[in-house]
Design a protein around this ligand. Structure first.
Ligand SMILES: C[S@@+](CC[C@H](N)C(=O)[O-])C[C@H]1O[C@@H](n2cnc3c(N)ncnc32)[C@H](O)[C@@H]1O
Length: 306
C-alpha cells in the first residue's frame, strides 16, 4: 500500500483530489490518499510525497507494535512526520521518538540513508520509506517575462494539465493567452502546442517559452477552426472584454475541441456542465469549483468525448 500526501492551499481540496485520482485512479475524501500502486509524482501540483507503507495501526501504540512484530530495521534513518488532518497535530516529538525506539537501528538526522514518512491521522498511523516527491518546479515558471490579468495561476495550470495528460501525450491549449498552461505541459514532457487568436499574446508566449528554455510551440489561429487530433486539450475560456460573440464563441470553441481532442479540461467563470453534456455531447467526468479572489469562482470541467 502507498500513501500520498496532498499539500493543498485553502479551498483547493477538490482540485487536489482530482489530481490524485488522475495519477492513481483512486479517490480520497481527505488530504491523504491510499493506492496499491507506486506512482512517480514528480510532475504533480498538489501531491507532495509518496510513502510506501510497511507498518500501520489505528493508533501510535498499534503502529509501534506492528513495527516491533515485523522486526523493521533501518540503519541511518530519519523520520519525517505528516499529519494531513486538522484533527491531529503533534505538539511534541514524543510520537516520533516512540516510533524511532520501535525500529531496530540508529537514526541519522543529518545524513540519512533512508527517509521514513510517519503518517498520523485520527484513524491511521503508518510508517514507511518516502519513495517519490514532487519536483516543486512550477514556481520557477512564475519568473517568466509576461503575465496578464486573465492568466491562470501557475499551480492551478499544472494540475489542470495533469488532469488530462501524461508525459508523451499530445495536447493543445487553443486559447493560450501568455502560455501559462502550455508552459506547464511542455515542462512535464507533454507533447503540447498552443495557439491564440491574438498575435500580440502569441508573441508574448514565444518570449515566455524562450525565457524558460522551452520549445516555442505556439501559433496564431482562430481556435474555432482548428483541425487535427490530440489526446487532450486544456481550454481557459475567454471572458469579459475578450468575448465579443458571447456564448456562441463558447459553443464554437467547445464543439471544435470535442472533435479534435479526447479529453478536455475546460475552465469557465460559470458552471457549464449542462451545456457541455446536453448540447455539446461531451461527458462531464468532474466539475470542480476553485475559489479565486473577489468572491469569484473558477469552474473547472473535466470532460471526455462520448
Ligand atoms: C482567459 S484567456 C486565456 C488565458 C491563458 N490561459 C493564460 O493563462 O494566459 C482567453 C484567451 O482566449 C483567446 N481567444 C479568444 N477567442 C479566441 C479564438 N476564437 N481562438 C483562439 N483564441 C481565442 C484570447 O485572446 C485570450 O488570450
Amino acid at each position: 500500500m502507498y500513501a500520498y500526501i496532498l499539500v493543498v492551499p485553502q479551498s483547493h481540496d477538490e482540485l487536489a483530489r482530482a489530481e490524485f485520482h488522475a495519477f492513481t485512479g483512486c479517490d480520497t475524501a481527505s488530504r491523504i490518499g491510499l493506492a496499491s500502486a507506486a506512482i512517480d509524482i514528480s510532475r504533480a501540483a498538489f501531491i507532495s510525497t509518496c510513502i510506501h507503507i510497511i507498518a500501520q495501526g489505528a493508533s501510535l501504540e498499534e503502529l509501534c507494535a506492528d513495527i516491533s512484530a515485523k522486526g523493521l530495521a533501518w540503519e541511518g534513518f530519519r523520520i519525517e512526520n505528516f499529519c494531513p488532518s486538522e484533527k491531529l497535530k503533534f505538539t511534541s516529538l514524543e510520537p516520533v521518538i516512540a516510533v524511532a525506539d520501535a525500529i531496530t537501528g540508529r537514526p541519522d538526522l543529518s545524513h540519512p540513508s533512508v527517509r521514513l514518512g510517519l503518517i498520523a491521522t485520527p484513524d491511521l498511523w503508518a510508517l514507511g520509506p518516502i519513495i517519490s516527491e514532487y519536483a516543486f518546479d512550477w514556481p520557477a515558471h512564475e519568473k517568466r517575462p509576461y503575465f496578464y490579468s486573465g492568466s491562470l495561476p501557475t499551480r492551478f495550470a499544472r494540475a489542470m494539465v495533469n488532469l488530462v495528460a501524461s508525459p508523451g501525450d499530445t495536447l493543445i491549449d487553443p486559447c493560450c493567452g501568455v502560455g501559462v498552461a502550455l508552459i506547464e505541459a511542455l515542462a512535464i514532457g507533454v507533447n503540447a502546442v498552443g495557439c491564440d487568436v491574438n498575435p500580440k499574446l502569441v508573441g508574448r508566449t514565444v518570449d515566455n517559452l524562450r525565457a524558460l528554455g522551452l520549445p516555442q510551440r505556439v501559433f496564431v489561429a482562430d481556435a474555432t477552426r482548428l483541425t487535427g487530433s490530440y489526446d487532450a486539450a486544456v481550454l481557459d475560456l475567454p471572458y469579459g472584454r475578450n468575448v465579443s460573440h458571447g456564448d456562441e464563441l463558447y459553443t464554437d470553441l467547445l464543439r471544435t475541441l470535442g472533435t479534435i481532442a479526447r479529453r478536455i479540461a475546460v475552465v469557465a467563470a460559470r458552471d457549464l456542465s449542462a451545456e457541455l453534456s446536453d448540447n455539446l455531447g461531451l461527458r462531464v467526468l468532474r466539475h470542480i469549483q476553485v475559489p479565486k479572489s473577489n468572491n469569484l469562482v473558477r469552474h473547472l470541467h473535466l470532460t471526455a468525448a462520448r
